[in-house]
Design a protein around this ligand. Structure first.
Ligand code: NAD
Length: 443
């Protein structure tokens, strides 16, 4: 266990900095940027030019860091989409459908991987093998073989790999980390964590490529790896063993009627999950207008029979520090957000996050520190309207500007990427086998 996760293991200076209300969200002192200090612009390329590549790693980079970053290439297997992306990002760099050709011709010194999850690992390995630093969206990998390949390539090449776990950078999540590090609730003994995806966001995973394990590794990997990374980081612990159950109770074969996509569906009027993609000109340009190249329908039916992921998931995870977590994700809820509690020897930290619901909860997040034999204290948090609770912008600043950060806010590396994915991979395997899965057996 590193000193940072010991109750009271934070230095007094760190804690004083973190505890001041105004300091929540500050990223200060000690962060080493991805590349060493440089005067020339970073030569930057993206592979996978869908909404995330454009909206998180494209347009904002042009807007905020043009003095630091030069786009040298965009690559996607869909030749139409990569051209739309070039326009939407607003750059003039060359586009490619062949990744190796992009590396050779564009000569990037930093590549961002934002493809469909199943292909992250091959681009990570190929980039590092060409001597180039690389970043990837979560999940780093979707199975244990990919995981081993990526870790081996990083070791062999000595290149730098960052996994862009943006949720850590939401000020509220930093606050949780700092409260746990302060030792206020003593030694943490267990965690209760329930994530709710609503009938808008949750359903969307069943319309898209995420519906197939072969593409997303299932939501145990695609979605829950976000949450598993948060827990690993909050606890400064590694997952050891996972037991899990999953079912497909609402989408896929559980539906009563189905079609291929919403646009041409004869059941439009009766289906609560009907979604009209044509209301977004951007999405039409990016997906409908590019269908001729790959046949991919962005508005696929949530009741398609090929859906092979779970929509209802429960797990118990044992951690290296002796903490046990009970965790769940439900994907067709009337609310979006989460319930989270850390139980410790001196008290409990309770959080209810309200992302979307039919009533006004008054605040985005309610957080309470409750001491054994003591008082309940409300933790005040700033309201964040930016992407992923304010995490997206802060993560980009950390990567592209020369911003310093304390050790606990440093950029997530391949180990963090591996541990978050392996928890989900173990959960998926446990659902299939009915037996607990040890993380060590996957490595
Ligand atoms: N951190 C977050 O909060 C967050 C949020 C959204 C998405 N993401 C991640 O970003 C990634 C992209 O998601 P998205 O929503 O933009 O999906 P998307 O479907 O909009 O885009 C994926 C793109 O990858 C391309 N692609 C597919 N296979 C490819 C291959 N073999 N080689 C090159 N390109 C390929 C597709 O043509 C498409 O343009 C995913 O890994 C997802 O997990 C992360």
């Amino acid at each position: 266990m590193s000193s940072e996760n010991q109750p009271g293991g934070m230095t007094r200076r760190d804690f004083v900095t973190a505890a001041g209300g105004a300091a929540v969200g500050a990223l200060v002192a000690g962060q080493t940027p991805l590349a060493s200090a440089q005067t020339a612009k970073r030569r930057y390329a993206i592979v996978g030019t869908g909404v995330r590549g454009i909206g998180m790693w494209g347009r904002p980079i042009v807007r905020d860091y043009s003095d630091l970053v030069e786009f040298v290439g965009l690559c996607d297997i869909n030749p139409l989409r990569v051209e739309v992306a070039k326009k939407q990002i607003g750059v003039s760099c060359p586009t490619f459908t062949n990744f190796d050709e992009m590396l050779t011709k564009a000569k990037p010194d930093l590549v961002m991987v934002t493809t469909v999850d199943a292909f992250h690992s091959q681009y990570l390995v190929r980039t590092m093998e060409r001597g180039i630093d690389v970043m990837t969206e979560k999940p780093m990998v979707i199975d244990e073989v990919q995981c081993r390949n990526v870790l081996a390539a990083e070791k062999k090449t000595g290149r730098k790999l960052i996994v862009t776990h943006n949720y850590r950078y939401a000020p509220k999540h930093q606050k949780i980390k700092e409260l746990l590090m302060s030792g206020e609730i003593g030694t943490i003994t267990s965690v209760d964590f329930n994530w709710f995806l609503d009938t808008t966001h949750g359903a969307d995973y069943f319309r898209r490529w995420h519906r197939l394990r072969s593409k997303s590794g299932s939501l145990w990997v695609h979605k829950a790896s976000h949450h598993f990374d948060l827990i690993n980081w909050w606890l400064a612990a590694d997952p050891v063993q996972v037991s899990a159950l999953g079912s497909l109770s609402n989408y896929g074969k559980a539906g009563k009627v189905r079609h291929t996509d919403c646009r041409s569906c004869p059941h439009k009027k009766d289906c609560s999950y009907y979604w009209d993609i044509t209301r977004s000109a951007n999405l039409v340009a990016l997906y409908n207008d590019c269908e001729s190249a790959d046949g991919y329908k962005r508005d696929g039916c949530v009741f398609k029979e090929d859906i092979d992921i779970f929509d209802t998931m429960n797990a118990v995870v044992k951690y290296s520090t002796g903490v046990n977590m009970s965790y769940s994700v439900n994907t067709f809820m009337p609310v979006e957000g989460y319930h989270l509690a850390f139980n410790g020897t001196k008290g409990r930290l309770e959080i209810r996050d309200f992302e979307r619901q039919a009533w006004d909860p008054g605040a985005e997040t309610a957080m309470y520190l409750i001491k054994n034999f003591g008082q309940r204290t409300k933790i005040e948090l700033p309201r964040e309207t930016e992407g992923h609770g304010g995490g997206d912008q802060r993560l980009r600043d950390l990567i592209f500007k020369k911003i310093d950060a304390p050790a606990h806010m440093r950029l997530p590396d391949s180990r963090a990427g591996a541990m978050s994915c392996l928890t989900g991979i173990a959960a998926r395997k446990s659902c299939d086998s009915g037996a607990p899965v040890k993380i060590a057996d996957l490595l």
